[in-house]
Write a protein that binds this ligand. Structure first.
Ligand code: BG6
Length: 471
């Protein structure tokens, strides 16, 4: 059946013509070649060298899914599997081994080649600049804690706009900027493994500032595409309608969602959050002119990563006043009885959350143009689903995608400005400290056979679905 014929097939959930179907990945998680091609070390290379035991099965970032070598074949496979767009990130330390200074030409050529290959395959490159991978040299001067790093980020961003802006028309400054705050400064799952709320606030603030400054630079340099940010705006659901539960959820929402969403889209900080920071004595160091700059440089486009909801309730016990300060001073996490779980990852599955996010953007954020930039299901031990022909029958992933897309479809019917859906991820990749424990891809990667690829059932299903424009 041809693509044109497929489009006329009856489908129950039809998506608009030109919907952005694709997938997402990040440099550290797929490239490998961590010490090759002139790349400098980033915090992942360093953390793994010093504490390999923190990584599942002791697997580090050196080789990951070998995209550095196999990008041509991988991009051909993306094409075969119906991709219209693909989001990847540039490794800052591959372009600038020290995070600043001289450009590494070999690194620059690699991304030229990837972008050319995608373009030739008819796949639109969506490029993200920062995905958790601080160059080690800059982390050694404090990383995002240090305002100087904001300037280095802007120089790096400008270089990327100038090098690739002729072919890349969709840019993102950051992916999930709250995660380096949580992981690195609150909950110990990213380097530098500190527990320090004041630093966490400063890191978040500098990321927000760097987003606005990079947007300013893009426009100043005459960028003729769109620039945005990717946020994991996990909705905060209260246990009940009790006013104290509701208040707990509003505070959690302010800390984890509105902290980035409001400045990125509206150019201002929510007073619910700034009042708390002020009262608790944790306001960040803000320089004159910053707030005006943030106000003037908001995003064109928002990427939404959605995996799980956040459920909270009013605090049940007085917090230890001497324990390190965390947002949990104001709420407790709530495990809803009967919740549907992805037990491999330990995350609740709540499909309607994706719709609630889109409706929130429609009602409270001017219905800004957005797309689902990540959604997906990490499963351990997928080999047991490999059938005789060698294909992994990941029907659970197909169901997961469908169940979320139904809600995206409903949001579109109700006027959401959502423009696409990217799965996390194209091929199995390195999930940070979880390494290769949970697999997310449309394509499996066999680490014992030099990263050999085989398409999973979901990959073929996706191809067919994109041809039909729905399911
Ligand atoms: C998102 C990130 O948080 O979720 C990805 O942008 C990450 O980098 C993905 O891999 C899935 O989470 P995890 O922790 O299972 O890899």
């Amino acid at each position: 059946m041809s693509k044109t014929e497929a489009k006329t097939e009856p489908v129950q959930y039809r998506f608009p013509e030109g919907f952005w179907w694709g997938s997402a990945a990040s440099a550290t998680q797929i490239e490998g070649a961590a010490d090759e091609g002139g790349k400098g070390k980033n915090i992942w290379d360093h953390w793994y060298e010093t504490e390999p035991n923190r990584f599942f099965d002791g697997t580090g970032p050196q080789k990951t899914s070998r995209f550095y070598e196999t990008y041509k074949e991988d991009i051909q496979l993306m094409k075969e599997l119906g991709h219209h767009s693909f989001r990847f990130s540039i490794s800052w330390s591959r372009l600038f081994p020290e995070g600043k200074g001289e450009l590494n030409q070999e690194g620059a050529s690699f991304y030229h080649n990837v972008i050319d290959e995608l373009t030739a395959a008819g796949i639109e490159p969506f490029v993200n600049l920062y995905h958790f991978d601080m160059p080690l040299a800059l982390q050694n001067i404090g990383g995002w804690e240090n305002r100087e790093v904001v300037s280095h980020f802007v120089s790096y961003a400008e270089t990327c706009f100038l090098l690739y802006g002729d072919r890349v028309k969709t840019w993102f400054t950051h992916n999930e900027p709250i995660v380096p705050v949580e992981g690195g400064y609150l909950y110990d799952f990213h380097y530098p493994n500190e527990i320090d709320f004041q630093k966490a606030v400063q890191v978040a603030y500098h990321e927000i500032l760097s987003n606005a400054k990079a947007i300013e630079a893009y426009r100043r340099l005459g960028g003729d595409g769109k620039i945005g940010i990717i946020l994991n705006v996990t909705p905060s659901y209260p246990r009940s309608r009790h006013p104290e539960d509701v208040k707990a959820s509003e505070i959690a929402d302010a800390f984890f969602n509105r902290s980035f969403l409001d400045p990125a889209v509206k150019g201002e900080f929510p007073s619910l959050l700034t009042d708390i920071l002020k009262e608790e004595g944790f306001l960040p160091d803000v320089k004159p002119g910053d707030l005006e700059l943030i106000k003037a440089n908001t995003v064109d486009l928002l990427g939404i990563n959605y995996y799980q909801p956040r459920r909270v309730k009013a605090k049940e016990h007085l917090p230890n006043p001497n324990a390190p300060f965390t947002p949990e001073r104001f709420f407790d996490h709530y495990e809803m009885p009967g919740r549907k779980m992805n037990r491999h990852r330990g995350w609740e599955i709540y499909e309607k959350g994706i719709y609630d996010i889109l409706m929130n953007l429609k009602d409270n954020y001017g219905n800004i143009e957005c797309f689902i930039s990540e959604n997906g299901m990490g499963v351990e031990g997928e080999e047991r689903f490999r059938g005789e022909g060698g294909m992994i029958h990941d029907d659970y992933r197909i169901e997961f995608i469908k169940d979320h897309l139904k809600w995206v479809h409903k949001a579109i019917q109700e006027g959401s400005n959502v423009k696409g859906y990217h799965l996390w991820t194209f091929m199995d990749n390195w999930s940070w400290t979880n390494a290769y424990k949970n697999r997310y891809g449309f394509v499996s990667v066999n680490l014992d056979k030099d990263g050999e690829r085989t398409v999973k059932k979901s990959g073929y299903w996706f191809k067919r679905m994109t041809e039909m424009g729905g399911f």
